[in-house]
Design a protein. Sequence first.
Length: 302
Amino acid sequence: MFDICVIGHITKDIIKIENNTKEQVGGVVYYFSLGWKSLDPSSKVAVVTKCSKEDKYLLNELIRKNIQVFWRESENTTVFENIYNSKLITRTQKVRAVASPFTLEDIPSISAKFFHLGPLINSDIHLDTIEHLSRISKVSLDIQGFVRKVEEGIVKEFRWKKVEEILPFITILKADEREINVLMDTDDLEIAVEKLKKFGISEIVITCGERGSIIFSNNKIFTIPAYSPVKMVDVTGCGDTYMAAYLYKRLQGSYIEEAGMFASAASALKIESFGALKKNADEVENFLKEIRKKSDQILLEK
């Protein structure tokens, strides 16, 4: 039994920040699985992914970290170009190539406490595959890929009508606030969440950048603050790190608010370096303790 199985494409990422360009491995499966494994090296993590035979080296770091990789061959490897502004807030994405989608035949016969799905564009994972996974375990979904498409090499947002067929099979949904509004075709976040509740999703996790995150569950709203990293290096994979840390704590039995704050701290620490999170759970907890100490000190001084 795996603690988590992540399904999605490993990617070649080209990161451009002002005049600096860096190439690195990317994709939800990369940042999520390595983030989880960093938090707890003893945990059992699996990945189902696709890339070309020539690009199998992209999986080397996952294999070195004892992540069980179920590789499926694709003619192409997904290649993203992420162009950030100087403050790492806005991003333009270009796509140079796309790997083939995941079908039922690609899913190994394994057991996992959760299957986390990380589509990058709307064609990545077939509906019957998601339905199948929901029958054998709980499913969490990062909605980003289902609210965007590729036009002339540029990633653009759009509302994919078939996405509503997927939502009833999802236990925990993760999105940023813009993706939620696109998904539910409204600019009102509260209306979007009310619409989502009708699909029976247990927890809705919405990240809001510098303003933190919001988690909706059982008609309760949990507001989670954002924490500041010591230095801003690379925000790519920040949302994947948040979700890995959140699910990790939830599977440990942590309450929603506690899991959210832990996830927020983990994502802040990830920003301090290129690549996936490099801190373990104790280091994340210590980071949180220091933040609370400073907050308590400020209150005392007042």
